[in-house]
Write a protein that binds this ligand. Structure first.
Ligand code: F6R
Length: 611
């Protein structure tokens, strides 16, 4: 949510900032802006995309080797030129870019207005800029101290980069709740909301911690906490390939990421599953394994697509490891008074590792005695750093705002955990364990065969692209896949869609069914197939159109459904990994046919770092 990039060094900052903003555009894309320090601070900003900012800056002075940029996802104030970042303080002494929400902004604004400050935008960020300036002038302190003192008065979340006109040659940065990564070069530093804009310049990074303030010049980095205690920066080496950050031959990141799934799932289990299929080793949780094996209960917290993966995890862990599982919306869990303690295992699932609610949920259980694990995609992210142990999904960078490959990699990790715990808890005997592990290694080739049906799925998308509503039905382990199919369709094509357990349809949603209502029925050949086939007949009897996701070889279903998309026969435990792929492709092709911006759907942003 909102992207920040900044540079200080010898090079010209402008092209680095523009490229960085392009790489961060998936985090927010309603306005963009930059500030360049070059004998005074120049600001260019506008409503719209980074390309609009480039057009604005064309033929303007864009020199200078210190600068910062921002791409916005609006929280306070509509997308507009005035609300775009950077924001200047009243006298222009400070310029600020911000990701996060200042919760006590209204109170601070009133106080500043009383002190004579005027405001040009509706943003909470301008409040920060003025608060820092007021502290700087009133207390006659350095820019660094003004920032630290001002931030002790702030309630909320921030990732901030600040330029001070009176102290040229340096960047100031601060973090609480919203991520900031510092890239360490030779005589230069980079700053960004995530590593994406940095990786083509350096692989050495420092993840800022909450309540840290950095003062950065081309030759030095000073890190302190808000209370003036000096911190030692911990430099880490990251392994991210810039190739992943480009669309390659695909028109959209989402399509590229859907097609990457045979490889991303392989990367998730590579080196963790023995070649002969007889065991799983998850290095990130080895140290806590005795506690996992003994756990009396598992609680999984997550949001959105990751929450759907968690629901699949519930089936897997209960069925194959026989441990009770509760799945919680992180946003609800964090504000309850949950009964959690010794013997409980709390798992946070998050692609970005930065989702504010999921992070708050794990902080909620700290100190309760529960063991806390993370399943994250982004290495070094806040959740991965704040959990005791965890497993990276290794899906590679996911840029499409609609999550696809992260989902299948999350399920792959959950399956490995369930099978491993099932074996250690002696729920699975050696033969069952081996069979499941070996089936898992076949999943990538099976996903590849589902992808081969893209042409047919595109034709089906053409048939239903004008439908105002859609229903997705599934049972058992495939019910969360129905939820995920509905979420994908609504977020990128803006068609209203609902996912239901197939049997629940009769308790209400069936009233919606008519000849304009496409109903996706996930009807694979498992023990619940006959029940789902009955639900299909109920839809057909009311004139609904049924698109079935069925197991190859099921001829009967052709007589029931209007269209059939086949997936290869596979063990039910792993069927979500196959059944979700046609639904991702359907949502993608409907959105393209409707002329929607697939990678940057309206109102959404990847990585929801605010509540
Ligand atoms: C949907 C989507 C979101 C995320 C949710 C959680 O396509 O991407 O629903 O799944 O915002 O994000 P993470 O997994 O980063 O915590």
């Amino acid at each position: 949510m909102c992207g920040i990039v900044a540079y200080v060094g010898e090079r010209t900052a402008y092209p680095i900032l523009i490229k960085g903003l392009q790489r961060l555009e998936y985090r927010g894309y309603d306005s963009a802006g930059i500030a360049l320090a070059n004998g005074g601070i120049r600001v260019y900003k506008c409503k719209g995309r980074v390309k609009d900012l480039q057009a604005l800056a064309r033929d303007k002075e864009v020199g200078g080797s210190i600068g910062m940029g921002h791409t916005r996802w609006a929280t306070h104030g509509e997308p507009s030129d005035a609300n775009a970042h950077p924001h200047a303080s009243e006298r222009g002494i400070f310029h600020v870019v911000h990701n996060g929400i200042i919760e006590n902004h209204a109170h601070l604004r009133r106080e500043l207005v009383r002190r004579g400050y005027t405001f040009r935008s509706e943003t909470d960020t301008e409040v920060l800029a003025n608060l820092i300036e007021d502290t700087y002038l009133e207390q006659n302190v350095s820019a660094e101290l003004a920032v630290r003192l001002a931030l002790t008065r702030v309630v909320g979340a921030y990732g901030l980069v600040i330029l001070c006109d009176r102290e040229p040659g340096k960047l100031l940065a601060a973090r609480k709740g919203s991520p900031l990564v510092i890239g360490v070069g030779e005589g230069e530093y980079f700053l960004a909301s995530d590593a994406m804009p940095i990786i083509e310049y350096t692989d050495r990074v420092i993840y800022m911690n909450d309540e840290e303030v950095a003062v950065i010049t081309p030759s030095a980095l000073d890190l302190k906490d808000l209370y003036n205690d000096v911190k030692t920066p911990e430099i880490k080496t990251i392994k991210l390939s810039i190739a992943n950050a480009d669309k390659g031959e695909f028109p959209h990141f989402m399509l590229k990421e859907i097609h990457e799934q045979p490889f991303s799932v392989t990367d998730t289990f590579r080196g963790r599953v023995a070649a002969d299929g007889d065991k799983i080793v998850l290095g990130g949780i080895l140290d806590v394994m005795p506690r996992l094996v003994e756990a009396r209960r598992v609680i999984i917290v997550a949001c959105g697509t990751s929450w759907h993966a968690a629901l699949v995890g519930e089936y897997l862990l209960e069925e194959y490891a026989r441990v009770p599982v509760e799945v919680e919306y992180a946003s609800e869990f964090r504000y309850r008074d949950p009964i959690v303690g010794e013997g409980d295992l709390v798992i946070a699932i998050s692609q970005s590792g930065e989702t504010a609610d999921t992070l708050a949920a794990i902080r909620r259980v700290k100190g309760t005695g529960a063991t806390c694990l993370g399943i994250c995609n982004v290495a070094g992210s806040s959740i991965s750093r704040e959990t005791e142990a965890g497993v990276y999904t290794r899906a590679g960078i996911e840029i499409g705002v609609a999550s696809t490959k992260a989902f299948t990699s999350q399920i792959t990790v959950l399956a490995m955990m369930a099978f491993l715990l099932g074996s250690k808890r002696r729920v699975l005997d050696a033969a069952e364990y081996r069979a499941l592990v070996s089936e898992l290694t076949r999943v990538p080739e099976m996903i590849a065969t589902v992808l081969e049906q893209e042409g047919r799925i595109k034709e089906i998308a053409e048939l239903y692209k004008e439908s105002p509503n859609a229903l997705f039905l599934g049972r058992g382990i495939l019910f969360p896949v129905a939820l995920e199919g509905a979420l994908k369709l609504k977020e990128i094509s803006y068609i209203h869609a609902e996912g239901y357990p197939a049997a629940e349809m009769k308790h209400g949603p069936i009233a919606l069914v008519d000849e304009r209502m496409p109903v996706f029925a996930i009807a694979t050949s498992d023990k619940l197939y006959d029940k789902t086939a009955g639900n299909i007949q109920e839809v057909k009897a009311r004139g609904g159109k049924v698109i079935a996701i069925a197991t190859r070889g099921n001829e009967e279903i052709r007589g029931l459904a209007d269209q059939v998309i086949e997936i290869p026969p596979c063990h039910v435990a792993l069927s979500p990994l196959l059944a979700v792929v046609p639904l991702q492709l359907f949502a993608y092709h409907v959105a393209v046919a409707r002329g929607c911006n697939v990678d940057q759907p309206r109102n959404l942003a990847k990585s929801v770092t605010v509540e």
